[in-house]
Design a protein around this ligand. Structure first.
Ligand SMILES: [Ca+2]
Ligand SMILES: [Ca+2]
Ligand SMILES: [Ca+2]
Ligand SMILES: [Ca+2]
Length: 411
């Protein structure tokens, strides 16, 4: 029988039993020792229990262990955050109440979930989330003290400035035919440093265009590097764009650090109505205007230096003046003697392309010379027509260009 396991039983020291065994009643001295004996036995049993109880280990006090011993949050852009996980175990027997606290100059950059205080039973573990949200740039070291006497977790983190782009607007909108579809406009935006009112950064912006409703972005423009400061609005930037075939377009602005390649801020049609479904057109598509910008002589041959040329080439530069269009045209060259009223066709160019107001598309009539002996002077007229067309789209003559006046040849 284990007298310590609670299943007590005592010897049947009952006077009635003895009495029934023939012990005379009324024998006071013989009855009085029986309860005494029971008490002695009980006392011995209790003493034995007490001795056995003293060999059981005492409950150990709560003791916290943490994994891992340190956390590295890396670099986090201001306005964003990073979270790491800790496991805290009570390696003792007794429950422990802990009040974790962050220490160090960057303590305010860190938060704990669940927040202090913690109550952890003996042998139990809890998972803690430590969140780093930088409120300044540069290194943000810290310490998480789990308890006054508990382990300390080393925290390393770096805050980086962030960026945003907003405040878009269109300036200098040109809508020559006033049909609410612009031919050109200046797109302006405001890029800011996030998280610091004094930090500066060297950035550039990339401007993209896509047909409205699509994400078929094509790069239009990359700005030069420029400096922005904090949330200043005095560092806005803009580019003039246009010259697109008539359609609705979406636009996207990417901000890129000058020493980087990946965008650090983006604004597009999804978050800015100014960048969504903007109608552009070019007037040169529907109502082109033309000019012959210049005419001049090249390859002049005047072997005897008497001012009368033996031969020369007549060159000209024709333009489309109201948009970046390419048009197929031809130019006819006419001559007459000064004082005459009728122009004579000398030659007509084949059809060729002219593009906007560039000069690279100049053309010329080669080898103009007299076919008859003697000498003669001439005035000149250039007429520009659409390829296959008959209407005069532009002219240049001796009155508007001295090179086309009184030019003398000899043979
Ligand atoms: Ca227009
Ligand atoms: Ca700004
Ligand atoms: Ca000559
Ligand atoms: Ca031209």
């Amino acid at each position: 029988m284990n007298s310590c396991d609670g299943r007590w039983s005592l010897p049947a020291f009952r006077s009635t039993h003895r009495s029934s065994a023939g012990i005379p009643r009324g024998n006071g001295p013989r009855r009085s020792w029986i309860p005494l004996l029971a008490c002695v036995v009980l006392a011995i049993a209790i003493a034995g229990c007490g001795k056995k109880s003293s060999t059981t280990p005492k409950l150990s006090p709560g003791r916290l262990e943490v994994t891992p011993a340190s956390l590295d949050f890396g670099s986090v852009v201001m306005g964003q955050s990073a979270t790491r996980t800790l496991t805290v175990r009570n390696a003792g027997d007794m429950p422990i109440d802990a009040t974790p606290q962050f220490a160090g100059s960057s303590a305010s950059c860190f938060t704990l979930t669940p927040s202090a205080p913690l109550s952890i039973a003996g042998g139990a573990s809890v998972t803690l989330q430590v969140r780093f949200a930088p409120n300044r740039t540069g290194a943000c070291p810290g310490t998480l003290n789990l308890d006054a006497s508990g382990p300390a977790i080393s925290l390393s983190a770096v805050g980086e400035i962030g960026f945003t782009v907003y405040g878009t607007r269109w300036e200098t909108v040109t809508d020559g035919n006033q049909n609410s579809c612009r031919e050109s406009a200046r797109l302006v935006w405001d890029a800011d440093v996030v998280g610091s009112t004094t930090a500066t950064a060297s950035i550039k912006a990339r401007i993209y265009r896509a047909p409205a409703g699509t994400t078929n972005w094509s790069l239009l423009y990359t700005t030069a590097c420029y400096t922005i400061t904090g949330n200043s609005g005095t560092d806005t930037y803009g580019v003039t764009i246009g010259g697109y075939a008539r359609s609705s377009y979406s636009f996207k602005i990417e901000v890129v650090r000058c020493d980087g390649t990946e965008p650090v801020a983006v604004r597009g049609p999804g978050d800015d109505q100014n960048l969504s479904s903007v109608c552009f057109e070019r007037l040169c598509d529907t109502s082109p205007t033309y000019s012959i910008f210049d005419a001049w002589w090249v390859n002049v041959v005047d072997a005897d230096h008497d001012g009368r040329w033996e031969s020369a080439d007549l060159a000209w530069d024709a333009d489309v003046t109201n948009g970046p269009c390419t048009k197929s045209v031809n130019v006819s060259v006419y001559w007459r003697h000064p004082g005459e009223s009728t122009w004579n066709l000398l030659s007509g160019s084949p059809c060729y392309d002219i593009t906007s107001n560039g000069t690279g598309d100049y053309y010329y009539s080669r080898g103009i010379r007299l076919t008859n002996p003697g000498s003669a002077c001439f005035e000149w007229l250039l007429v520009l027509r659409a390829c296959g067309g008959t209407a005069n789209l532009a002219v240049r003559n001796y009155q508007t260009d001295g090179d086309l006046a009184n030019t003398c040849f000899e043979r």
